[in-house]
Write a protein that binds this ligand. Structure first.
Ligand code: SF4
Length: 354
């Protein structure tokens, strides 16, 4: 069968990118942007190459993370994608922070359902108040000592002292998503700056906590914005990169935005793996509704993690279906048994948005 010149040139680009990344070189920005132009029919080749990169740099173990929305809604910030922003009228639940006992109970249930990581997520941008913070701290201590889960939290903006105390309590990761590229960020948030988010992630790393930071695809950004975001995440040393896909929420300014095609999502999972070969690439909120029957293919496009169970304001599918899917694909589930590992340097790894 004859290959068309267009397909041949796409295959050449994919093979060159694959060879570069597998041999330890970095993918250039221009090549990453060129990969955004590969036609849909050629994306399975891109996915297969990214899957090889995943296998070489992160192996066959899959991280599975369960979220707990420990405080919901009424957030002062104007993130235009978020159902928890007090700037918009949505049907998202609003409740104050839950108790230590409730959080620990949820963590134990998450461990039982097969999660390797548990992330406490609180709506809001500013640091949690003193009493709320003490509850989170105690929950981190108890979950660390009573389960084998990796413990993560996403609490908006923390102070240096809070980070030190969380680390001492046993926190493994802190999530703080960049959400969008610097160039696009002002279009999706008017109350804080992209640089503030970057600074916070840098601070997380500085205090010896693994930084978890990702973004949301499908908010009206350009292909170049998506590539820029991946390079920004690389620059700040994101250890774990949650890729959310916008699940438009009625009442928010992005409530009517058309969804991305499943194959487009797979394209960017693969491109993110090329740009961030050693990070955990975690498929997060919006997975089921946007990828539909292509969820298994997304796991073969370079991802090595996923959020299981429910999201912050939307439902996920039954975790047993995800675990079965991963076993059917030949992956191993990561053991929930934290080991101390050093925090990576920048450039060489759930916010309130899932
Ligand atoms: S993403 Fe976070 S900071 Fe922004 S509105 Fe939602 S809860 Fe608030």
């Amino acid at each position: 069968m004859q290959t068309s010149p267009q397909t041949q040139s796409a295959l050449d680009l994919i093979l060159r990118a694959r060879h570069q990344v597998l041999s330890g070189e970095e993918l250039s920005y221009d090549d990453a942007v060129a990969l955004t132009q590969v036609s849909l029919i050629e994306i399975p080749y891109l996915a297969a190459a990214a899957n090889e990169v995943r296998k070489k740099f992160t192996g066959d173990e899959i991280e599975s993370c369960a979220l707990s929305n420990i405080k919901s809604g009424n957030c002062s910030e104007d993130c235009k994608f978020c159902a928890q922003s007090a700037h918009y009228k949505t049907d998202s639940p609003v409740y104050p922070q839950i108790s230590v006992e409730e959080i620990v109970e949820q963590a134990k249930a998450a461990e039982k359902m097969g999660a390797s990581e548990f992330c406490m997520v609180s709506s809001g941008w500013g640091a949690t108040n003193g009493k709320e913070f003490e509850v989170v701290l105690e929950a981190v201590r108890r979950i660390s000592s009573q389960t084998k889960l990796f413990v993560d939290c996403s609490l908006g903006f923390l102070t240096a002292e809070q980070m030190i105390r969380l680390k001492e309590a046993g926190l493994y990761r802190n999530n703080h998503n960049l959400e969008a590229s610097r160039d696009y960020f002002d279009k999706i948030c008017s109350t804080h700056k992209h640089q503030e988010r970057m600074n916070h992630v840098e601070m997380v790393r500085h205090y010896g906590i693994h930084p978890c930071s990702g973004g949301i695809l499908g908010m009206g950004e350009t292909p170049e914005d998506r590539v820029k975001l991946a390079f920004e995440l690389k620059k700040i040393g994101a250890h774990c990169v949650p890729i959310n896909i916008l699940n438009p929420r009625a009442g928010t300014p992005l409530g009517d935005i058309p969804p991305l095609e499943p194959m487009e999502i797979i394209r960017y999972i693969a491109i993110y793996r090329f740009i961030l070969p050693k990070s955990t690439i975690k498929i997060a909120g919006g997975r089921e509704v946007n990828l539909r029957d292509l969820q298994a293919m997304a796991m073969q496009a370079g991802a090595n993690g996923l959020i299981i169970g429910n999201y912050l304001t939307t439902m996920g599918r039954n975790p047993s279906q995800d675990i079965q899917m991963l076993k059917d694909l030949g992956f191993k589930m990561m053991d929930a048994s934290p080991v101390s590992s050093s925090v990576p340097m920048a450039v060489s790894g759930a916010s309130c948005c899932t």
